[in-house]
Write a new protein. Structure first.
Length: 377
């Protein structure tokens, strides 16, 4: 196990005008599970490869276990990497695939045998040790790839979208398996994904990246409840947060098709601004009684529009409503009957509104999550 520290790390490729990664700063806890998440091209895989030494950072320093690894070869960094492709040798058995790196380092045969068998037991693949990769399912191959990393007993695990080749159900199962494996082994782990559901369910802390810049590093709950800016608010959460542009006057925010009332805390956050960007989570929108002027708990907030999409999901129903020029997603109860083409009114409690500065896009106020999670480093 080891602490990994990024100190003002940057990466610029030859001939590129801008940095692929800019001023990355992060210090892990020993044994922490860190997820790097963001859209394609945000720099998350480049960051992972810089830890591994497969890419040379051009600014700052990276430390693993208190050692500056600048210029240290990948094989000497005491890390193990699990790739998106399983990268198994097709002509070798599972046992030989897992043992290969240890044989290269000339470990004793008895030690290799013990490490392979221990890792296979942890991963539940002992009956597969004599099979070839072609005889394995996708999930079994992924376990073998994990086993090959585990046998090395590294200070740091690096996982680059390891579940992207699996079907949806198997991804869910493997997320749980990797989380349990990390809890058992306690090895510092960096996990790269573009899937924010994976990030939220697996990471102890998440680094959200965009255009090579870290937008926020925090716990999953804090990212969801207190996003640092519009991008984080819109990226974290499924379905995505609704974003609206509003004029502010007399304690209310208005736009085409909606009026939202500010409570005292939101008025203070808004200050003297006459324009705001408003965020509303789909689960905080509810169907209103269209004959009522004010519904209890909503303080007069109203969004009116035509239903364009209805998605029954069993335990809940998602609807998309055209409110002026904006498509708004709301989560309603499955017994509530709504059809495409209906005109509906949605409500939202004033305490459930996120406010952002329209120029900087930085958060002015989020939702009080009660007892805060551990803050970001």
């Amino acid at each position: 196990m080891a602490i990994v520290a990024f100190n003002n790390v940057g990466k610029q490729y030859p001939g590129a005008e801008s940095l692929a990664v800019t001023d990355f700063n992060l210090t892990t806890e020993d044994g922490e599970f860190i997820v790097l998440v963001g859209p394609s091209g945000c720099g998350k895989t480049t960051t992972m490869r810089m830890i591994a030494g497969l890419e040379e950072h051009t600014q700052g320093t990276i430390e693993i276990g208190g050692r500056d690894v600048t210029g240290v070869a990948p094989k000497d960094r005491d890390i193990a990497m699990v790739f998106q492709s399983y990268a198994l040798y097709p002509h070798m058995s599972v046992r030989d695939n897992m043992a290969f790196s240890l044989k290269l380092k000339k470990y004793a045969k008895a030690d290799i045998k013990q490490r392979v068998e221990d890792a296979a037991e942890v991963l539940g693949i002992t009956p597969l040790l004599d099979r070839k990769p072609r005889a394995l399912s996708g999930g079994q191959r992924q376990r073998v790839a994990l086993g090959r990393a585990i046998v090395r007993q590294p200070q740091v695990f690096l996982m680059d979208e390891p579940l992207s080749n699996l079907d949806a159900k198997l991804r869910v199962d493997m997320r749980a398996e990797i989380t349990k494996l990390h809890r058992k082994l306690g090895v510092t782990t960096f996990y790269v994904t573009h899937d924010q559901t994976e990030a939220m369910t697996m990471g102890q802390r998440i680094a959200v990246m965009k255009d090579g810049i870290v937008q926020q590093i925090d716990t999953p709950n804090n990212l969801y409840q207190q996003p640092a800016n519009v991008f984080v608010g819109g990226f974290i959460g499924t379905p995505a947060m609704n974003i609206l542009a509003a004029d502010v006057a007399d304690g209310s925010m208005t736009g085409e098709g909606f009026t939202l009332t500010l409570d005292a805390a939101h008025k203070d956050a808004a200050g003297a601004r006459d324009r705001l960007t408003v965020g509303i989570r789909p689960e905080h929108l509810h169907l209103a009684d269209e004959n009522a002027d004010v519904e209890a708990g909503t303080k007069g907030s109203r969004l009116r529009g035509e239903v364009e999409v209805v998605e029954p999901l069993g335990s809940l129903t998602m609807i998309q409503v055209r409110v002026g020029p904006t498509k708004v997603t709301a989560q309603i109860e499955p017994h509530q009957q709504v059809a495409m083409g209906d005109f509906v009114t949605l409500t939202c409690g004033a305490d459930k509104l996120y406010l952002f500065d329209p120029q900087t896009e930085q958060t002015l106020i989020g939702i009080d999550a009660g007892v805060a999670d551990k803050p970001a480093a």
